[in-house]
Design a protein around this ligand. Structure first.
Ligand code: AMP
Length: 466
């Protein structure tokens, strides 16, 4: 399997246990708030205590669901899922939640992350005669749970965690219980909160809790399994890895700025990264502008620290979607023009600091720089609020293969020339970690350093082939 067909994915997951609520409707709004984590497919599964009802389709949350589709989803527990696009795997078979029947009754699973030993686990299942319908590691998880060792769901979950390696945040729904699971490294965020009327909510990010009026209780600890049922929430296992390894890319780009991770909003962390960047890489310029929307906080921080005025220089068409999800490079390049228009009033005759949160393939920045120059900018100094991305992610962020990553192929001066900027600087890893305000807590920095918290040896070989 080429890496391009890999089951790797980023996703948004949501779960709710609320006997007094229309759980499908609340899940819809929860998923709506998590739409940035996945735009390829959406699904909701609901348990009424006896059976699990499911609807999932390709498309955005609001395209997949309407009143008619929500109506049959009656019950008191629900899980929902939004899935990110990865080239070659945009298929309905890979859409989640996965629902199967087992000896212990129906089971539904939503997964965010990427198991690094999925190929091995997959082979084991197939050898045991378990048929699989997708290329998704999430289906592997579902089948491992359904047919795995253990007399209870709790035992099965524990056994699964011993076997699984890599990134997994899970919502698991049985007939009468909602479980939430975070991998021992705490690679991706997962939190829970309450509705105030006996209802409990689990979500990838706290923004989904706020959207439906739930109060954040806390983040799940790395290696924690929680159960939510008529007895309320409880931790049924806690087996963290020796060192936490939270994904730094969630901090930089992926999670929504109003979400709370490690006790602070990501907006605050991104402003702090912009400040660090201004200290590390000052520029002689007239204005600071962000690549909207994700780099707005970092540009604010850069402006605050440097004293150079913050301005909007690019207007983004909010309805076009992320350029990144276009299927090939040619469309991606076109996408930049579809997505941004320059504000010539702000730019004409100006020396501009252009702040972006990351350069991945390097397809976006070059065309943006040309737009700025065409609109009259006399100098463009690019500042990036993360270190150069030199390695792919094998742990749940759909980033690119080695040959696609510009910082893997080119040196800093070469990237500068390729983008056509007057100067280019990236934030250091130390500066980024300082900006999180949680230096002691442990982060996965694999995409910057190639040091991953788990063994990615086999997947790495494939990624070199592109
Ligand atoms: P590029 O360098 O052309 O691959 O694109 C980098 C731009 O895409 C930056 O403006 C980022 O904010 C954004 N970006 C970075 N990583 C991702 C990702 N995993 N998914 C979607 N957009 C991303």
């Amino acid at each position: 399997m080429a890496w391009g067909d890999s089951p790797g994915h980023e996703c948004g997951i949501f779960g709710i246990y609320a006997p007094h609520e229309d759980v499908a409707r609340l899940t819809f709004f929860g998923l709506y708030a998590l739409q940035h984590r996945g735009q390829e497919s959406a699904g909701i599964a609901v348990s009424d205590g006896r059976r699990i009802h499911l609807h999932k389709e390709m498309g955005l949350v609001a395209q997949v669901f309407n009143e008619e589709k929500l109506r049959p989803l009656k019950g008191y527990i629900a899980i929902g899922h939004t899935r990110y696009s990865t080239t070659g795997s945009s298929k309905l078979q890979n859409a989640q939640p996965f629902v199967v029947e087992s000896v212990l009754g129906p089971l539904a699973v939503g997964h965010n992350g990427n198991l690094t030993n999925a190929p091995q686990l997959r082979r084991e299942l197939l050898t045991r005669g378990v048929g699989l319908i997708s290329s998704s590691d999430s289906e592997v998880i579902t089948q491992m749970l359904a047919g795995g060792e253990g007399r209870t769901w709790e035992e099965k979950l524990r056994v699964f965690m011993i076997r699984a390696e890599g990134a997994y945040c899970l919502t698991v729904m049985t007939r009468d219980t909602l479980y939430a699971v975070r991998d021992p490294w705490g690679l991706h965020p997962l939190c829970y909160g309450h509705l105030g009327n006996g209802g409990w909510v689990v979500a990838s990010e706290s923004c989904a809790l706020a959207t439906i009026g739930a109060t954040l209780e806390r983040e799940l600890a790395p290696g924690e399994i929680m159960a939510f049922d008529e007895r309320g929430p409880r931790t049924i296992a806690h087996s963290p890895a020796p060192q936490r390894a939270m994904c730094l890319f969630e901090y930089i780009y992926f999670a929504r700025p109003d979400s709370i991770v490690d006790g602070q909003t990501l907006h605050a962390a991104r402003v702090a990264a912009g400040r660090e960047l201004a200290r590390e890489a000052p520029a002689d310029a007239d204005i600071v502008i962000p690549v909207p929307d994700s780099a707005v906080p970092a540009a604010i921080g850069y402006a605050q620290e440097s004293g150079i005025p913050y301005q909007e220089g690019l207007i983004k068409n909010r309805y076009i979607g992320r350029t990144f999800i276009q299927p090939d490079d040619r469309l991606r390049k076109l996408g930049v023009q579809l997505k941004f228009n320059p504000l010539s009033d702000s730019l004409a005759g100006k020396r501009v600091v252009l702040v972006d949160d990351s350069i991945v393939r390097g397809n976006t920045s070059g065309p943006i720089v040309r737009l700025l120059r065409d609109a009259g900018a006399v100098e463009v100094h690019m500042r990036v609020s993360s270190p150069p991305i030199k390695h792919p992610c094998f742990l749940g962020v759909d980033m690119a293969t080695y040959p696609e990553l510009i910082a893997h192929r080119l040196t800093l001066p070469e990237i500068r020339d390729h983008l056509g900027v007057d100067s280019l600087a990236y934030l250091s890893l130390e500066g980024l970690i300082r900006a999180t305000g949680n230096s002691g807590k442990g982060f996965c920095n694999g995409c910057f350093t190639g040091n991953y918290p788990v063994d990615v040896h086999l997947l790495e070989k494939e990624a070199f082939e592109g």
